[in-house]
Design a binder for this molecule. Structure first.
Ligand code: NI
Ligand code: MN
Length: 225
């Protein structure tokens, strides 16, 4: 398994057969190191409808024949905008795909489409693939039920927003890391814009202090999971 990070909340999970792009925001993302046309994937999973997550979903879906997996209203929106195919889910629901299983978890955040329409609830995403469990928290505040997500899953990698202003900041994200109890914590959703500038090394120090592993990925980085 490979984990690729493309900046902001755009994470790509890949094995020999499948590639899932999560929140592929490239156009308008000053930290993106690739172009939408460079993305190769067969699935796109979305946490919510905001432009910095929905991003280049339609173009990438059309080019790759990639299926969009998202909250009911958001997946239908993607289809109405020209996505090749979609699979609708809702909070707490999971489904087996050829690459593995996806489950949408709650997230404490708003959600609307880039043109302002209702996009359903915001979500986090659990991905069970190649015997590993990944948790992309999406945009979210800290909430106590993250503890339940950690109790009912043995999470190998958790992607947590740390940028503050729109989501958890560093201290809340450290608490979230404790709750979800993942082996590895990867900070996302920071430094893309001025209002979400934070020091990832401070986060790493605090995560290390609670006995967990923090991996800081730069846009363009790939790690072996
Ligand atoms: Ni958002
Ligand atoms: Mn966001």
């Amino acid at each position: 398994m490979k984990i690729k990070y493309h900046g902001h909340a755009f994470v790509q999970l890949e094995n020999a057969k499948h590639s899932i792009a999560i929140d592929p925001f490239i156009t308008g993302n000053p930290s993106a190191e690739i172009k939408p046309a460079d993305v190769k994937c067969d699935y796109i999973a979305l946490t919510h409808g905001h432009g910095d997550h929905f991003g280049d979903t339609v173009e990438i879906s059309r080019k790759n024949f990639a299926q969009v997996l998202a909250m009911f209203e958001l997946a239908n929106y993607a289809e109405s905008k020209g996505a090749r195919s979609v699979h609708t889910l809702n909070l707490g629901g999971s489904f087996n795909f050829p690459f593995g299983r996806i489950k949408l978890t709650p997230a404490l955040h708003s959600s609307s489409t880039p043109d302002g329409a209702y996009a359903g609830e915001s979500a986090g995403i659990l991905i069970y693939m190649d015997g590993m469990t990944f948790y992309h928290a999406g945009d979210t505040a800290l909430f106590y039920d993250m503890k339940l997500i950690g109790e009912t899953n043995k999470i190998d990698y958790a992607f947590l927003p740390i940028g503050d202003n729109f989501t958890m900041g560093i201290d809340d994200a450290v608490k979230a890391a404790e709750y979800v109890n993942a082996k590895n914590i990867i900070p996302v959703h920071y430094n893309t814009f001025d209002v979400i500038k934070v020091d990832a090394n401070e986060f790493k120090k605090k995560i290390t202090a609670i006995g967990k592993k923090c991996i800081i990925m730069k846009p363009g980085d790939t790690i072996e999971a």
